[in-house]
Design a protein around this ligand. Structure first.
Ligand SMILES: O=C(O)CCC(=O)C(=O)O
Length: 272
């Protein structure tokens, strides 16, 4: 497979793939291995249909219905629709659905409608960010766990008038709350990465609130330093795949027109 690097550190474009037909097992393995290695993969696929989009996701693992994004409807529940006109633009740094016990291992998102300018997506390499920490900090983080839930986004929706008090109350109930290690180990590569994000991570277990807030805000600022990031400027039809086990992402909230993305996320098997 022909790959072109997108930054010195991570991200690659797959230059010679035709997604219109059935991909053979070797090609799927090559795509998956490239995803693990480069963390973000760009494929140009302007003709990709929602069926083909779901089929590609299924070749990588089990695909999921997103916990709260709207989708394409009957038969296409696995294709979420992020339409800026419906208020669905993910403009805060996050890793997908980490409030779940088993968050998706990867996501495949395609640009359908784009504003004339703006609306780029930023990615951060959370494994490179972990590697760059001092030995003392790495040692301190080892064994820590953090709570992830929907409380923060429910609170923001409530404060900005797009969610009601019941939503807010439901969001902080225990069912959608989970603890993850602050440093996770990639099941394929064994590489460690930071696994906290400003959208869903709420606090570090066992620390007083001010210490937890201070440490989390340091880790967020550290992870999004320029040297760990890639900024994708979309063209309609671009399909980006990202590895949620080693990246965070966010959309730049700098655009005026409509922006519509279709996304499929892959739960993965126990190994993935
Ligand atoms: O719209 C995008 O570029 C990214 C979408 C996103 O953040 C997500 O699917 O979680």
């Amino acid at each position: 497979m022909e790959l072109r690097r997108l930054t010195p550190g991570f991200g690659a474009e797959v230059q010679d793939i035709d997604l219109s037909g059935d991909l053979d097992a070797d090609t799927i393995d090559a795509v998956y291995n490239a995803l693990v290695e480069h963390k973000v993969l760009l494929l140009r696929a302007p003709e990709l249909t929602p069926d083909q989009h779901m089929a590609l996701g299924r070749r990588i693992g089990e695909i999921e219905v997103h916990a709260f994004f709207p989708n394409l409807g009957e038969g296409f529940e696995h294709v979420s629709v992020l339409d800026s006109e419906a208020g669905n633009t993910a403009t805060m740094w996050h890793t997908d659905e980490t409030f779940l016990e088993h968050p998706p291992m990867g996501t495949l998102t395609q640009a359908k409608i784009l504003p004339d300018v703006g609306g780029d997506t930023l990615f951060a390499d959370s494994a490179a960010a972990y590697n760059a920490l001092s030995p003392n900090m790495k040692q301190y983080l080892e064994g820590l766990t953090a709570i992830h839930d929907l409380g923060k986004i429910a609170e923001l929706r409530y404060r900005f008038g797009s969610g009601d008090a019941q939503n807010l109350a439901d969001a902080v109930l225990a069912e959608r709350r989970t603890a993850h290690p602050v440093v996770r180990t990639h099941p394929e590569t064994g590489a460690k990465s930071l696994f906290v994000n400003p959208t869903y991570t709420r606090w570090i277990v066992g620390l007083p609130p001010d210490e937890s807030d201070m440490l989390l805000s340091f880790l967020y600022r550290h992870t999004v330093k320029e040297q760990f990031t890639y900024r994708h400027q979309w063209a309609v039809g671009d399909l980006l795949m990202w590895d949620n086990r080693s990246t965070m992402h966010m959309v730049l909230n700098d655009f005026g027109g409509r922006r519509v993305m279709y996304r499929v996320s892959v739960v993965g098997t126990a190994e993935r």
